[in-house]
Design a protein around this ligand. Sequence first.
Ligand code: TYD
Length: 136
Amino acid sequence: MSEAPRLIDVMTHRDARGALGAVEADKDVGFPFRRFYFLYDIAPGADRGAHAHKALAQCMIALVGGFTVTLEGRGRMHRFRLDTPTRALLIPPGLWRDLTDFTPGAVCLVAASQGYDERDYIRDRAAFLAWEKSRG
Ligand code: TYD
């Protein structure tokens, strides 16, 4: 996938019964999914994330409610407010992420390019900056 995070439109099929959203790994995202996970029952005022992934790519959707995703890396910061299931955020590897300002009842779905592996995480901010520097 491209180096910069970006929003994509989710194919949405709406009719009298309601709405159905669909995201295709090959056509829409550019990397295959090996895992999905979801955040819900977020405590009031709680933040998530505060880590980077070395190799993992992710596709993130606010299925219910909204939250803010701040991504940092390669000398840039990107901020996205996700508050509709009609858009998905594609997050390339190597970026520090903070998820903040969840609305009550928000549900965040993440499709990930790899299975869960704690060795792919950088959870310390100073270590992330040193890792970035070491990549040149
Ligand atoms: P954590 O990385 O703190 O969540 P967030 O992505 O919101 O920052 O993960 C919380 C716990 O869940 C931690 O013990 C690791 C575990 N976990 C899994 O077992 N599998 C997974 O796919 C994920 C994303 C986390």
